[in-house]
Design a protein around this ligand. Structure first.
Ligand code: FES
Ligand code: FES
Length: 196
């Protein structure tokens, strides 16, 4: 039986790919560039939200958490529902260069582009953090993986060679119930070109 942080050899390649790149059927790619705006059309609230470089019109009510819009309206399976209380990080997305908890963010206040796991990289062209997660086998069940990768990517964007304190601070809000933290930090350091 695997102990905390031990090898992930029982995971299938498909499961690893799903955790690290999400469901490829619903991927939207491209540079992150656009705006979000909302307007009332007759009695319906219609918003344009930009996710992974692509504009989408969504019709959820204004107070709907962004996470629900991403998963239910846009079909993006990268961000996960964990606690729904901004306490586990499974739902993390990048907004304004920061890892942001989408489970408590009303979609109507999202005014800048959103990047989800699907927008980071592809199996063919993985983001450095995704590649490092594979190389370090930095997952077990995979449920926290999307949020972890998002937080790592946001950190490296802000601090390409982060200190241990910056790493600890960046991952403080991302929980891994499988206890794979050691491997996750190792993957983050590998992506940054730092020795573990
Ligand atoms: S589901 Fe958003 S922080 Fe847990
Ligand atoms: S790998 Fe299972 S919760 Fe992190």
């Amino acid at each position: 039986m695997l102990g905390p942080g031990e090898a992930t050899g029982a995971i299938t390649a498909r499961a690893i790919a799903d955790a690290i790149f999400a469901d490829r059927r619903s991927v939207t790619r491209g540079a992150v560039c656009a705006e979000t705006h909302a307007r009332y059309v007759e009695k319906e609230f219609v918003m344009t939200i930009t996710v992974n470089g692509q504009k989408h019109q969504v019709t959820s009510s204004p107070d709907t958490p962004l996470l629900y819009v991403l998963r239910d309206e846009l079909g993006l399976r990268g961000p996960k529902f964990g606690c729904g209380l901004a306490q586990c990080g499974a739902c993390s997305v990048i907004i304004d260069n920061s890892s942001t908890r989408s489970c408590v963010l009303p979609v109507s206040v999202v005014t800048t582009p959103v990047t989800t796991l699907e927008g980071l990289g592809t199996p063919e062209r993985p983001h450095p953090v995704q590649r490092a997660f594979i190389e370090e086998q930095a997952l077990q069940c995979g449920y926290c993986t999307s949020g972890m990768i998002i937080s790592c990517a946001a950190l490296l964007e802000a601090h390409p060679r982060p200190t241990d304190a910056q790493i600890e601070d960046a991952l403080d809000g991302n929980l891994c119930r499988c206890g794979v933290h050691t491997r996750i930090v190792r993957a983050l350091k590998r992506a940054a070109g730092l020795s573990a």
